[in-house]
Ligand binder design. Structure first.
Ligand code: A3P
Length: 301
């Protein structure tokens, strides 16, 4: 299909990226109206790179002084997407009625799927902190394929793996091309390491305590010796684990304000599930696109 056909399917090309119609309205509104302040923390991801996990982690990390009783933590009764709303999908949903963000508790935690080039200027130029999470494109693709099929309206059929693969490789998916999205923030994190923290889903899976401590330092809220002694790091990791979050009633059923099913954000939460789905040719193709796109950037998977 031509680019025009994708536009007819609800995607728009904007600054070299494919954004959905719903996202587009929010993008224009937040670019115009969102004013980041120095204390803001903005979580940036492509779809299926670990948004939900990091929303939970950031919330638990940054607000930990307010929620000392683990039995009464907001993550037990509220979905991470509600606690850390998405700028273009949840916050700026209506261009006529602008949200009042001034009353939100500081630091404000916000997430977005916007590519770097589309971020509101104040996010780029204020002293706010950006946390960027990326994930192996092979796992992102498989996760995205499952997610898209799960969210398709009843009766509209499912998209085959081959068709979805072709679209993903061409970059035709919400906030795609994946590689350009990642590179935009990778370069920024190299230029401004004090403002942009870049982390891979796989790294967090492998050494969660190490990276949570790094994240805490970056955000200016390192763990105190007392917290270390009381196992606060492990407590946060347990609270935000796939096993815990995916088994909470609040995440098992119900719909988010964006219209998406809460349960669609929890599937397996593993590294390497692509091995169960991709053919050798598909792996070769994705790996070669990744190598070509990331060539010379210092970024590898
Ligand atoms: P899989 O489909 O591979 O299982 P996003 O939140 O960006 O939409 O990403 C969703 C992916 O993250 C899904 O991957 C989901 O299962 C996984 N995920 C959700 N919560 C997680 C958690 N607490 N820990 C690890 N992975 C998690």
């Amino acid at each position: 299909p031509t680019e025009k056909a994708w536009v007819a399917h609800g995607l728009h090309k904007y600054h070299g990226f494919w954004l959905s119609t719903k996202q587009m309205q929010g993008v224009l509104a937040c670019q115009k109206h969102f004013q980041a302040v120095d204390s803001d923390i903005v979580l940036v991801t492509t779809l299926k790179s670990g948004t939900t996990w990091f929303q939970a982690l950031l919330f638990a990390l940054v607000k930990r002084a307010h929620y000392l009783d683990p039995q009464r933590h907001p993550l037990l009764t509220e979905n991470p997407h509600v606690l850390v709303p998405n700028l273009e999908f949840d916050v700026y949903t209506d261009r006529q009625v602008l949200p009042d963000l001034s009353s939100l508790a500081r630091p404000r935690l916000i997430s977005t799927h916007l590519p770097y080039v589309c971020l509101p200027d104040s996010v780029k130029h204020s002293g706010c902190k950006v946390v960027y999470v990326c994930r192996d494109p092979k796992d992102v693709f498989v996760s995205l394929w499952h997610f898209s099929n799960k969210l398709r309206p009843v009766g509209s059929g499912t998209m085959s793996l081959d068709e979805a693969f072709d679209k993903f490789c061409r970059g035709v998916n919400t906030s795609g091309p994946f590689w350009d999205h990642v590179l935009g923030f990778w370069k920024e994190s190299l230029k401004r390491p004090e403002s942009a923290f870049f982390i891979k889903f796989e790294e967090m899976k492998q050494e969660p305590a190490l990276h949570l401590r790094r994240l805490a330092k970056f955000l200016g809220c390192p763990f105190s010796p007392e917290e270390e002694t009381h196992g606060v790091v492990d407590g946060i990791l347990r609270l935000c684990s796939f096993e815990n979050l995916s088994n909470l009633d609040v995440n098992k059923s119900g719909i988010l304000s964006s219209g998406m099913e809460k349960s669609a954000f929890f599937r397996k939460g593993e590294v390497g599930d692509w091995m169960n789905y991709l053919t050798t040719e598909m792996v070769k193709k994705l790996d070669s696109i990744t190598q070509e796109k990331f060539h010379g950037s210092g970024l590898k998977f």
